[in-house]
Design a protein around this ligand. Structure first.
Ligand SMILES: *Cc1c(COP(=O)(O)O)cnc(C)c1O
Length: 347
């Protein structure tokens, strides 16, 4: 399958903007007067590398992919989500298919790009409705959005189901893996080579603890990754952020924190499951748990009045009755447990 057949014709034909830094091919330069920059050193007076070469080199090592399979966004995964619509979907003509409930940005980004989003409900146990997803597609369906582990349901989908969709969907399958570091299932990066129509999104915002830097990634076959590089804003990651991220990737080992979050997730789930006001705790492969209560709105307000904010998902279709609780530090989790235990009706 040639994935380029799903690309908008104007994007395929696009001659990307060529920056001053693109046109200079190397040499021994001491006077930089090609980019209308200020000559006065301020630490940020020069334009940054538009191709993020050093970052791609580090991320390739980290993720076990080639440098030409990587796109890096400077507005988080949200940038990769928006660019995906812009690369593949003709406004007002093409559509995309998505699971529901899932991450709200897919819907907003589709609407901004004037692309119909066909939402297909997950099964009652939150597994993938593979046949219904395929049935929702027509010849103008260019993207299929999956999120695994899924926000807000917290579960990861089976690799087999996602590969089945990649094999059978006549378009591009995007798997958003923002929470993959917390999952018991492997990343779809492990099967990327087998699927030319697969795009995997990851981020430094969650397990890596760098939400404020706004760095997201897309991984795909080189001919697809290259399209993101063409369509992005030329200098989409500023210089200080590139340097800071590089420094942190080289010096950070997240494994201990990830392990603590996973063990705290288990502890939080176990303790809350003993509480009679808790109806259900859904299986989690992420750094949050989805918890069902009889009266979630009251509990939401009660937690706020005690200085604790969770995400109320009671009005999200498919998540009625639930609050989404991010796993915090052991002390923060203990506070949530004891606040909710204090609500337990006395026998
Ligand atoms: C948090 C989250 C992201 C991360 O977004 P960034 O823009 O990279 O911070 C992406 N996808 C999902 C499903 C998320 O929950």
């Amino acid at each position: 399958m040639n994935p380029l057949k799903f690309v908008r014709p104007n994007i395929l034909a696009l001659e990307p903007y060529s920056t001053a830094r693109d046109e200079f091919k190397g040499g021994d330069i001491s006077v930089w007067i090609d980019a209308n920059e200020s000559p006065y050193p301020s630490g940020v007076n020069r334009y940054p590398d538009p191709h993020h070469r050093k970052l791609k080199h580090e991320i390739a090592k980290l993720k076990g992919v080639d440098e030409n399979q990587i796109f890096i966004g400077g507005a988080g995964s949200d940038e990769a989500i928006d660019l995906s619509f812009r690369i593949f979907c003709r406004p007002g003509v093409d559509n995309a298919v998505s699971i529901s409930p899932s991450y709200g940005v897919y819907k907003v980004s589709a609407a901004i790009n004037d692309v119909e989003l066909r939402e297909v409900s997950l099964r009652d146990d939150y597994t993938l409705p593979t046949e219904a997803l395929l049935a929702a597609a027509d010849e103008n369906s260019k993207l299929l959005w999956l999120c695994s582990p899924n926000n807000p349901t917290a579960n990861a989908f089976s690799i087999e189901d996602m590969e089945y969709l990649a094999d059978n969907f006549n378009g591009i399958v995007v798997v958003d893996e923002a929470y993959t570091d917390f999952s018991s299932l492997p990343s779809m990066l492990t099967v990327l080579q087998r699927h030319p129509n697969l795009i995997v999104l990851q981020t430094f915002s969650k397990a890596w603890g760098m939400a404020s830097l706004r760095i997201g990634m897309a991984f795909a076959a080189p001919e697809i990754a290259e399209l993101y590089g063409r369509v992005k804003y030329p200098y989409n990651i500023n210089g200080p952020t590139q340097e800071e991220l590089l420094r942190r990737i080289e010096s950070t080992d997240i494994s201990a924190q990830v392990q603590e979050i996973i063990s705290e997730r288990k502890h939080l789930s176990k303790e809350l499951s003993k509480n009679p006001i808790v109806r259900k705790i859904f299986h989690s492969d992420a750094n949050f748990i989805l918890v069902k209560f009889d009266d979630p709105d009251t509990i939401y307000d009660y937690l706020i009045s005690n200085g604790v904010i969770v995400r109320n998902r009671n009005r999200v279709k498919g998540c009625e009755g639930t609050l989404r609780i991010t796993v915090g530090t052991p002390e923060e989790n203990a506070k949530v447990i004891s606040l909710l235990n204090a609500l337990t009706p006395h026998q």
